[in-house]
Design a protein around this ligand. Structure first.
Ligand SMILES: [Mn+2]
Length: 453
């Protein structure tokens, strides 16, 4: 299906869902103004950080620009109110591709100060306006009382619903995944050719033809032991004058792309041909484990249960690969698998990498906290049709967590000589993006999305 018709259906569906949400919150007669957000300047500086529009705004307008607004009213075409100032310092030109622009009644403004007039022209009364977005002061200047600004009941409802993707959104997410894979391939080649973290990162960007600032999150490009630092943030550079250029044995790369603001989030771990054989076998074991977990996904499966199953399979892998002794039950009961896998199995994916609503039990604002033994699990919802999420098991040699076991009462359950040998190799994570479609579970990272699927 063509992007334009997919987007039109998406906007129509949004309009129905948002009007339904207003109705349920007792404000069906209200208009809603959604704010993309404003620039945030560094302290005592005239430079701002990279701007990222708010997710609920991006669901309507696929453009990351500050001071853009969408006005929704029952029975009206949604209005798009972009502030486009007369400014000779920046490019204020706005591309309006027909495929999305035709869904809106577009009314450009010269300044945020013109917003009040635009609302009056549209016939919106201040006491019947709901303001959604970051600037409560701006909302006050428009005449909104505090209960008209970001009403929690409405926001919770919208957050919960955002887990259910329209066909347009699924296609954007699939394209974001496909684009990132071209970068992952280039990164793998650069790693095998001996590139350092910086070179691998640049190879990724160049293959995807993206800027750093356009990425959904900072790429994690970790060679060898750095793979055990879960959110490793550097890209180390080596020059010809360095005498200790690292030996590329393992690359853990966690990198995504955005497509019309929808994110992909993909992790791959690669070994070089000369990497220690036990680590290579462990990587093969984790690849099998990750696909086995994806195979378990059904509509109605609890994400918490899937996370627990991952730990059960990990316990068996630790025993099979001689990293641990005893039984799987013993390792689970003593929390030993948690030292090797301290993060959650995955999270909802959409306009934010860790998309909203992962811990909502229902659309009414009740929370479903993760079990106490797994506090870092970001998703506790039951898997449902139209959801998109990641499945990303890992196995790491994290010194600070292993040291606690080494000096603890259960130290005898671990094979320390082998662990010590593998510590310099960091760790393993394999992460795919999964869509639960009407025809079943679809791994967007392994299979391109076919038309009509
Ligand atoms: Mn992730």
């Amino acid at each position: 299906m063509h992007t334009e018709s997919l987007f039109k259906d998406h906007i129509n569906q949004q309009q129905r869902e948002w009007m339904d949400a207003l109705d349920r919150c007792g404000c069906a007669d209200h208009a809603v103004l959604i704010y993309s957000g404003k620039l945030h300047y560094h302290f005592a500086d005239d430079h701002a950080g990279t701007f990222r529009a708010w997710g609920h705004f991006l669901r309507w307008i696929p453009v990351d620009r500050p001071d853009f607004f969408v006005l929704l009213r029952a029975g009206h075409t949604p209005q798009f109110l972009p502030v486009l100032p007369n400014d000779y310092w920046h490019d204020q030109h706005l591309d309006l591709p027909e495929w999305w622009a035709s869904a809106f009644d577009i009314r450009p403004l010269l300044s945020v100060a013109d917003l009040g007039k635009a609302l009056r022209d549209a016939g919106v009364r201040a006491d019947q306006l709901i303001f959604l977005g970051e600037d409560e002061q701006l909302a006050a200047t428009l005449g909104c009382n505090t209960d008209q600004v970001n009403p929690p009941k409405l926001l919770t409802w919208l957050d919960y619903q955002r887990a259910y993707k329209t066909d347009y959104e699924v296609h954007c997410l699939a394209d974001a995944s496909a684009l990132a894979l071209t970068g992952h391939q280039a990164a793998h080649e650069c790693f095998l050719a001996g590139g350092d973290e910086y070179a691998i990162h640049m190879a990724y960007l160049q293959a995807c033809r993206v800027l750093d600032s356009e990425l959904p999150y900072n790429n994690i490009v970790a060679l060898n032991a750095n793979g055990a630092i879960l959110h490793y943030q550097h890209k180390k550079r080596f020059t010809a004058t360095h005498t200790h250029k690292p030996d590329n044995q393992v690359l853990l790369i966690d990198a995504g792309c955005r497509w019309h603001s929808y994110c992909s989030d993909i992790t791959r771990t690669w070994c070089a041909p000369h990497t220690q054989a036990d680590f290579q076998a462990l990587l093969a074991g984790m690849q099998t484990l990750q696909l086995a977990i994806v195979d378990e996904i059904r509509v109605g499966t609890s994400f918490v249960e899937l996370h627990k199953l991952t730990h059960a399979k990990l316990a068996q892998l630790l025993i099979d690969s001689r990293l641990c002794f005893g039984s799987a039950e013993q390792l689970l009961a003593k929390g030993i698998t948690r030292a090797f896998l301290p993060h959650g199995l995955g999270h909802l994916l959409g306009l934010q990498v860790h998309d909203v609503g992962g811990r909502l039990a229902d659309p009414y604002g009740n929370f479903a906290p993760p079990p106490p033994e797994f506090p870092t699990l970001r998703t506790t919802r039951a898997i449902d049709e139209r959801m998109v999420f990641t499945i990303e098991p890992g196995l790491y040699f994290i010194p600070v967590l292993l040291d606690a076991l080494r000096s603890g009462a259960d130290a005898g359950l671990l094979n320390w000589p082998l662990i010590n040998e593998l510590l310099p190799l960091g760790g393993i994570r394999i992460e795919d993006n999964i869509w639960v479609g009407p025809q079943g579970v679809h791994n967007l990272t392994r299979r391109p999305l076919m038309q009509g699927s």
